[in-house]
Each structure stands twice: as structure tokens, then as C-alpha cells.
Design a protein around this ligand. Sequence first.
Ligand code: MG
Length: 258
Amino acid sequence: MRIARFVVDSDPMFGVVEGESGSEEVAVINGDPFFGKVEVTPVRHKLEDVRLLAPIIPRSKVVGIGRNYADHVKELGNEVPPAPLMFLKPNTSVIGPGDPISLPSFSEEVSYEAELAVVIGRICKDVPIERVDEVVFGYTCANDLTARDVQKTDNQWARAKGFDTSCPLGPWIETELDTEDLAIRGYLDEELKQDGNTGQMIWDVKELVAYVSQAFTLLPGDVILTGTPSGVGTITDGQRYEVEIEGIGALSNPAVRR
Ligand code: MG
């Protein structure tokens, strides 16, 4: 099931996206699917007639994982960490499909990073690997935008990874997905820049959720970013980056310097 969040006129709603690519419709859901059963109403809209929003604004946090694809670790001259490397992005960094990435004034080198995002469905802590499926709501595409110059000069990554608009999510949450072998690609102005597969992750989704939950209580709507494959590079004013993940869809955002 593909769960989207969208607006038609004013108030954001959740819906189920149905149909083939190019002719999808959104069936409106009653209430919030994170806190109740998915109850589909008879109200339907053509996908092209709605504006998609970030499918979730995390209740408390986005947890990022750095250096989880060996080729990407190598391209930046880093070492594979002995355990998953964690950082946080605030929920104010989240934007939705098509929303502009506002390049921050303090950075001259903002990089795109195509990533699979895990969306948590229930409160949990110290989740054993074999029970991770019970706490996952679904999966979406993410762009873990990073001020690379600031990441090198600041001791902490809060600013480099957490600035406003640094976490596009979307286009929707796919609730049924086997994440072991999915193509993950990134296109800068339609030119293929990243071409990886989730099978290349050093730590897989289950290992990451279990590991992260040892440090943090996870809440419904929290998001875990699982790292980026190789091919990262700079995005500049006027360019657009699209993240495409097999079985989910595509998330595209333009960059602007104000
Ligand atoms: Mg990343």
C-alpha cells in the first residue's frame, strides 16, 4: 500500500495511492494512519490534481546513518566505521516532493545523497533484529543533503546535515517492500549520478533499526536514513535532484540560493 500526504484545497490529508504510473488516483483516508486503522473513504482524486506533501513530518526525529555503502566511504576518502555512524536531522529539515531545497548562506558545497528512508510505525526501544518488521510502517525516498564544506570544518554535523530543507522525503510511503535488493538511483538534472542497490549496504535495514533503537526510543513517524551509495556531488542554484528507488517511486526537488 502506498500512503501519501497531500492537500487539495487547504488541510493536509492522508490517502492511498492506487493505479499504474501516469494514471494514479488517491483515495482519501479517514484520520491518521499512524494512529489508527487505514479506513479508506469513497472520496478520490487524480494524483495530478493534488499537491503531495512530505508523507510524514517526523514526530521527534530523523536519524541519519553515515558511511553505509563501501563505495561511498571510499569516494570521500573515509574508513568504514566499526559500527553504524549516527547523526540527527531535526524535523524542521523535512520538505516534500517538489519543494525547493534552500541552499544555506554558510555553505558553498551542498551535496545530494539519495537514500532509502525507513518510517517507524510504533513506539519502540531495544528492538531485536527478528522483530524489526513489527515496528516499521514503511519506506520512502530521501535526499540527505549535506553541506560538505561545513561537515569538514565543524566538529559536529548538526549544521552540515540539519539545516532547513536538508531532508526531502517522498513521494509516499510504501508499506509492503522487501528492501534487500532494490535499485537506488539519483539524477542531477536528469543525468544519472548515483546508481546503487540496497544490497550493497554494510548494515541492512533490520540491523540499523535494531542498532538505532538501542540509543533512542523511536516514535511513530520517526525516520531512519540508511546511507547513500557512491556518486555524490554538489548541487547548485537552479539544479534539480531526483531520487528514485525501485518499488517506491521518485522524489524530485529543485535547489535555490536566496
Ligand atoms: Mg547520508
